[in-house]
Design a protein around this ligand. Structure first.
Ligand SMILES: [Zn+2]
Ligand SMILES: [Zn+2]
Length: 122
């Protein structure tokens, strides 16, 4: 599978209740599926799977048309602007989710977690 944003190569970084792949180029994270129920298990892994934000990665943050690498459908933008800006891609068909580098760590922090959860399917 290729990264839906930069077409870099995805490789597995976590396998369990959901499978997580990381892009070798933009370091974005692709979740086989991500739901409120699965979040707990993923949070525990955040420190190892999310390498954080590098300088060149921010170029991919603002991409709007992102195709799900599993279904080739345009992924939904899940978005909250206030009080904290959260934006990520979720596939309406298979619940696959893409987070840019650093977003997982940010979105599971106390300031973001409740809003992030509310954007995920149950
Ligand atoms: Zn990428
Ligand atoms: Zn999909």
């Amino acid at each position: 599978m290729d990264c839906p944003k930069c077409l870099g190569e995805l490789s597995a970084v976590f396998q369990g209740v959901t499978n997580v792949d990381r892009c070798g180029n933009c370091q974005g994270l692709f979740f086989d599926q991500l739901t409120q129920a699965l979040l707990e298990a993923v949070m525990v892994q955040a420190g190892t799977i999310d390498l954080g934000k590098g300088e060149k990665d921010s170029a991919f943050d603002d991409m709007v048309y992102v195709e799900c690498p599993k279904c080739d459908k345009i992924m939904d933008q899940r978005l909250i602007e206030e009080p904290n800006r959260i934006r990520f891609e979720l596939c309406p068909t298979c619940n696959a989710t893409f987070l840019d580098a650093g977003e997982l760590r940010e979105y599971i922090s106390p300031r973001f977690i409740e809003d992030f959860k509310s954007l995920l399917p149950e």
